[in-house]
Design a protein around this ligand. Structure first.
Ligand SMILES: *[C@@H]1O[C@H](CO)[C@@H](O)[C@H](O)[C@H]1NC(C)=O
Ligand SMILES: *[C@@H]1O[C@H](CO)[C@@H](O)[C@H](O)[C@H]1NC(C)=O
Ligand SMILES: *[C@@H]1O[C@H](CO)[C@@H](O)[C@H](O)[C@H]1NC(C)=O
Ligand SMILES: *[C@@H]1O[C@H](CO)[C@@H](O)[C@H](O)[C@H]1NC(C)=O
Ligand SMILES: *[C@@H]1O[C@H](CO)[C@@H](O)[C@H](O)[C@H]1NC(C)=O
Ligand SMILES: *[C@@H]1O[C@H](CO)[C@@H](O)[C@H](O)[C@H]1NC(C)=O
Ligand SMILES: *[C@@H]1O[C@H](CO)[C@@H](O)[C@H](O)[C@H]1NC(C)=O
Length: 420
């Protein structure tokens, strides 16, 4: 991979290839790991948890009445504009040691990250105060409900954050994590009869690379009109949170298949990526509009999570991607190469035309600032922790796509929590 070195910072194509390689390395191994949660759980009881005793509906109601969420006007607050405030009195609700549900690729401290400033930044919108995430209130809101995150490995990042934010108040024998089919995992909070689930669908629509990863982008084919079969698994869910972005970003064009073709996968066409993305999102939107009863189901869409592969975007000419960054970008409105505005426009225009209301969790701008909070060299490569040699070669091995947990996805969930 020596060629990437000379090209770094100048050509976007090699960088994009790095991104895709990294996604290949990093995101696709969760499926087998989930089965280990059970054993992990059994041997590592959470010692610092404060367990809530059984509650009745009366105290639940009281708890909700006293909840600052009720005063928060979720539709007036524009959470996209604001700044990160450093505050060492914030205590994250979990660590990667107390919460056993975090994949190793996000468990930065366990993997040796020893700077901690990145944990103490709090997102402060300009014209309102975001309510703090209260695990008990969140669980009460989810009582008798299913919450499902559908999408790619960044969505998995957000899902694990959500699970960890609530799990510490649930006694050991009242919670479980199960992989119920390939790509579908369910965390259950028994006492609340609530489930917090993840469904793997990196393009939302189907593709030939969802499970059997094709590392050569030329071999990837996205079936932009195929969603019905997998979407059966989303029926009956009360709160659906979708995303899809980073898997589209391998090349300027993407092999796109739709309709019935005699020749099977041979009938694809190469389309510009935003064109193909629009077709897929419209397939998704049509499924929502024709299937979802908006009185029963809340729909969210998490916007693209920025990657930070191009250090010159934030003026660190001598840096190596996000490696060794310990402070957020402070320049207001900073926007880098990792967030494609054209793709964002596609999302906005598709959602605007939908019949069913979709709440956009617009996390892009706030996450753009956080060059300091990626897994970097404290993640994985091909499902294995980085060796010391690999750690010493951040140009090839730093993960500047995914985020440490605890970390930035907790803020995404703070937004989600405000809308529950
Ligand atoms: C929030 O601010 C962003 C950026 O200024 C803007 O694009 C968006 O329309 C605003 N949303 C609302 C609901 O005011
Ligand atoms: C810092 O966090 C503490 C505790 O959460 C809070 O009381 C305080 O208002 C915060 N300070 C700022 C400047 O936001
Ligand atoms: C933190 O980790 C880095 C390498 O990851 C190491 O060089 C440094 O000595 C460590 N600092 C402390 C205080 O342990
Ligand atoms: C538990 O929640 C599911 C929906 O997630 C619901 O179908 C079921 O009736 C609930 N069970 C009880 C005992 O409340
Ligand atoms: C949703 O609820 C509203 C008010 O309760 C009702 O007018 C509307 O017909 C319902 N929509 C559907 C699709 O059931
Ligand atoms: C990482 O940053 C620290 C301080 O910001 C600096 O002293 C160190 O040399 C940097 N390491 C590398 C490998 O760039
Ligand atoms: C998200 O916010 C950005 C500004 O930060 C805005 O440009 C973009 O249109 C918003 N996206 C959606 C889908 O509303």
């Amino acid at each position: 991979m020596g060629w990437t070195k000379s090209a770094r910072g100048n050509l976007s194509l090699p960088i994009i290839t790095i991104i895709i390689c990294t996604i290949g390395f990093i995101s696709l191994f969760y499926i087998d790991k989930i089965s280990t949660y059970h054993s992990v759980l059994r041997f590592k009881p959470c010692s610092k948890c404060t367990f809530t005793k059984s509650k009745n509906s009366h105290t639940d109601v009281k708890r909700l009445e006293n909840n600052p969420l009720n005063e928060y006007d979720r539709y007036e607050c524009n959470h996209t504009d604001g700044n990160w405030v450093f505050n060492t009195s914030i205590k994250p609700l979990y660590t990667d040691r107390t919460c056993s549900y975090i994949d190793r690729e996000y468990a930065c401290v366990k993997n040796g990250r020893n700077d901690s400033d990145y944990l103490y930044w709090e997102w402060q919108p300009d014209d309102c105060v975001l309510p703090r995430f209260d695990p008990e209130v969140a669980l009460i809101k989810l009582q008798g409900k299913r919450l499902m995150f559908v999408g790619d490995s960044l969505q998995k990042n957000q899902w694990q954050s959500f699970v960890c934010l609530v799990e510490s108040i649930i006694p050991e024998d009242q919670k479980s994590m199960k992989k119920i089919s390939r790509g579908h995992s369910v965390f259950k909070a028994e006492e609340y009869n609530a489930s917090i689930e993840f469904y793997w669908a990196p393009f939302l629509v189907e593709s030939n690379t969802d499970f059997h990863i094709k590392f050569n982008p030329n071999q990837k084919i996205v079936k932009v009109d195929s969603i019905t079969q997998r979407a059966q698994n989303w029926l009956g869910v009360d709160i659906l949170v979708f995303n899809t972005y980073v898997w589209w970003m391998g090349r300027l064009k993407i092999n796109t298949l739709w309709g019935e073709f005699q020749n099977g996968e041979e009938g694809y066409e190469e389309l510009d990526t935003p064109v193909s993305y629009r077709l897929a999102l419209r397939t998704w939107a049509n499924w929502i509009d024709s299937t979802i009863d908006s009185n029963k189901t809340q729909i969210f869409f998490t916007t693209m999570s920025p990657s930070h592969e191009r250090n010159k975007d934030w003026g660190n000419i001598n840096g190596i991607m996000c490696y060794n960054e310990t402070r957020p970008v402070m320049k207001r409105g900073h926007w880098g190469f990792g967030s494609n505005k054209e793709m964002m426009k596609v999302v906005a225009s598709v959602i605007k035309r939908m019949r069913v209301h979709v709440t956009v969790l617009n996390i892009t701008q706030l996450s753009e600032y956080r060059i300091d909070a990626h897994s970097s060299i404290y993640g994985e490569s091909y499902g294995k922790l980085l060796t010391d040699e690999q750690k010493a070669d951040p140009l090839h091995f730093a993960d500047c796509i995914h985020w440490c947990l605890p970390g930035v996805p907790d803020t995404w969930n703070r937004l989600l929590y405000a809308y529950l």
